[in-house]
Write a protein that binds this ligand. Structure first.
Ligand SMILES: Nc1ncnc2c1ncn2[C@@H]1O[C@H](COP(=O)(O)OP(=O)(O)OP(=O)(O)O)[C@@H](O)[C@H]1O
Ligand SMILES: O=P(O)(O)OC[C@H]1O[C@H](OP(=O)(O)OP(=O)(O)O)[C@H](O)[C@@H]1O
Ligand SMILES: [Mg+2]
Length: 328
């Protein structure tokens, strides 16, 4: 294949709404400062300190589309929008890592007044009944057309039709434009306010914002180099946030199986495994700190100190390896 024309890594970032602030903060923590290149309406930018990156500020739903088409290499958007927009998400993108924000659950919700309808099979009976008795199909208001079709097919419910709804979906049953809905919920407040309830087996997807890479994009030399810098900083921040460094002064004499002790406490020896005498440095998950410190004292440590770190860079980067592995 002819050598693809090289160009920048295109990074798509939410331009507005609830994901925008969290996404900017996420990159900021990783030392990746988003800078808009010109007027606020320009919706383009760059990453300070990382060459070869073009930032595009888009809506969360447009980001899913650009990752599917390959117009963007990397992006942040909700898993709900990825799975709704991409018929074969697994073959079109790599969900690199969930980001801990933008949580929302895609659910099937019916009127609370439907007291006997608690499950998808109950709903199937209502749907069949409506068709047989009234010659009408159950109407579902939703913006998640594909997610709805897949979920209802999995549950063998066919007697329905979809009424596309791009906002205020929860109001559809009360306004008579649909009987039930499929929509996202976070606190449940909007469902309750509209006298709707979630079916017991009506959770379609528990979604949160994800860092997503496109498999359809042209991963030529510059994007490959830039993505390693970007993912390197993201991993360094994540590793530092979730671990603590443990320093211990071991006695000059005595034998200690440091590697064995580290393994027992999910710890690693990032700066090498000295023979176990004098100062040693381990890194462990933040919730393993006390067990490790007590084990080191048991093994003869005179003093043990624990500290947080800002960034923990490493030669290997599982995110990069996973992505590059998908691209070959
Ligand atoms: N309570 C919520 N309501 C809506 N979106 C939520 C909620 N909680 C988290 N999200 C996430 O945010 C995404 C939508 O965010 P937002 O509405 O800011 O984007 P958007 O640009 O408006 O996208 P769209 O135009 O499709 O609504 C959702 O798809 C979901 O991933
Ligand atoms: O479970 P809750 O906490 O009540 O949140 C869920 C509601 O919030 C969102 O609406 P929003 O007002 O954000 O409009 P949008 O659909 O355009 O995002 C979403 O579409 C739901 O209607
Ligand atoms: Mg929205």
């Amino acid at each position: 294949m002819a050598n693809p024309v090289d160009g920048p890594l295109v990074l798509a970032v939410p331009s507005k709404g609830r994901l925008q602030e969290n996404a900017a903060a996420f990159f900021g923590r990783a030392g990746l400062t988003l800078a808009q290149t010109s007027g606020a309406r320009d919706y383009r930018g760059r990453l300070k300190g990382v060459d070869g990156v073009e930032v595009r500020f888009l809506s969360a739903s447009e980001i899913a589309g650009q990752l599917a088409s390959g117009a963007a290499h990397l992006g942040i958007t909700g898993e709900d929008l990825i799975r709704e927009t991409l018929p074969d998400a697994a073959g079109q993108v790599e969900l690199l890592t969930p980001l801990g924000f933008g949580q929302a659950t895609v659910v099937v919700a019916v009127p609370q007044a439907w007291i006997d309808v608690r499950s998808m099979s109950d709903l199937d009976e209502v749907a069949s009944d409506m068709r047989v008795r009234h010659g009408k199909r159950l109407r579902i208001a939703t913006k998640y057309v594909n997610l709805t079709r897949r979920f209802f097919a999995e549950h063998g419910v066919a007697d329905y039709r979809i009424v596309e709804s791009l906002g205020a979906t929860e109001g559809a049953p009360a306004s008579g434009s649909a009987e039930i809905i499929v929509d996202i919920t976070t606190t449940g407040a909007t469902l309750a306010a509209n006298a709707l309830k979630i079916l017991d087996d009506g959770v379609i997807l528990r979604s949160e914002a994800n860092l997503v890479a496109s498999l359809a994009a042209s991963w030529s030399e510059t994007p490959r180099r830039a993505v390693q810098a970007v993912l390197g900083r993201i991993s360094a921040e994540e590793r530092a946030r979730t671990t603590r460094e443990v320093r211990a002064g071991m006695p000059a004499s005595g034998e200690i199986d440091l590697a064995g002790l580290a393994a027992l406490h999910e710890a690693e020896l990032p700066y090498g495994a000295p023979e176990g005498r004098g100062e040693i440095m381990l890194r462990c998950p933040s919730d393993a700190v006390f067990g490790l410190a007590e084990a080191l004292v048991q093994a003869g440590a005179q003093a043990v100190s624990v500290r947080r770190i800002d960034y923990a860079f490493a030669a290997e980067n599982p995110l990069v390896e996973r992505l590059l592995g998908r691209l070959t």
